[in-house]
Design a protein around this ligand. Structure first.
Ligand SMILES: C[S@@+](CC[C@H](N)C(=O)[O-])C[C@H]1O[C@@H](n2cnc3c(N)ncnc32)[C@H](O)[C@@H]1O
Length: 207
């Protein structure tokens, strides 16, 4: 059953990326698919050194532009938190949320007493405000990118707060970057590339 769902979402995602990104549509993937992937350890490789560069870039921007409390959207099993933890001043200053209960359960086991909760950003975000909201490799899964970002900022960002977005490099993501730069003025951004040639772009802005 989940395999059929996976195949469905794979082709749906390809279609949306090629034809619908430019009109503002994102490509949500079903909860069951994520649950199975985290159960099978499909994302464990994110802890590897080849993935470290973009996490370090996020942490660099976080510290360089004021630090503070963090909402980690689509936090997965807590890989970003692993890099951020030395700079977070206590459990009240961090909240990770993810659609997959399997992911946040793993994060809670690994990083007590820090907070990781299940929530679907296509439905609602947590009822709390933060100094920084981070979206690491997850904005592709928003159903309507700019509308959802704006309502998340209104609900979850403290006055003067900052937003960090990181995306893996795919040609189709140029459409997403354009929508972001049309709407927000970046304070800073950079591209990082690992030894295998994989690239990420990371930006920070105040909405
Ligand atoms: C490529 S992984 C990145 C994970 C994490 N940000 C990290 O840095 O390790 C994408 C994450 O987005 C989460 N995700 C996808 N759709 C979501 C949704 N609608 N609401 C919340 N999280 C979602 C997935 O469960 C997954 O953990």
């Amino acid at each position: 059953m989940v395999t059929a769902e996976k195949v469905y979402y794979y082709f749906r995602q390809k279609f949306i990326r090629k034809f619908l990104y430019r009109f503002g549509f994102g490509s949500p993937v079903g909860k069951n698919v994520w649950e199975e992937q985290f159960k099978n350890g499909a994302w464990d490789y994110l802890y590897s050194d080849t993935e470290a560069l973009h996490y370090k870039s996020i942490v660099k921007f976080y510290n360089q532009y004021g630090g503070g409390s963090v909402l980690d959207a689509g936090c997965g099993q807590g890989v970003l938190f692993h890099y951020l933890k030395p700079y977070i001043k206590g459990p009240e200053n961090y909240l990770g949320f993810d659609i997959a209960e399997n992911a946040v359960a793993e994060a809670r086991d690994k990083f007590p007493p820090y907070r990781f909760v299940q929530a679907d950003f296509n439905i609602s975000t947590p009822d709390e405000k933060f100094d920084v909201i981070i979206f690491n490799e997850c904005i592709y899964y928003f159903s309507r990118l700019i509308e959802q970002l704006d309502s998340c900022f209104a609900k979850n960002l403290n006055p003067g707060g900052r937003v960090i977005i990181s995306m893996f490099y795919y040609a189709e993501h140029a459409q997403l970057w354009k929508r972001l730069t049309d709407r927000y003025t970046f304070i800073d951004w950079e591209e990082v590339q690992n030894e295998s040639g994989q690239k990420w772009r990371i930006c920070i802005f105040k909405p």
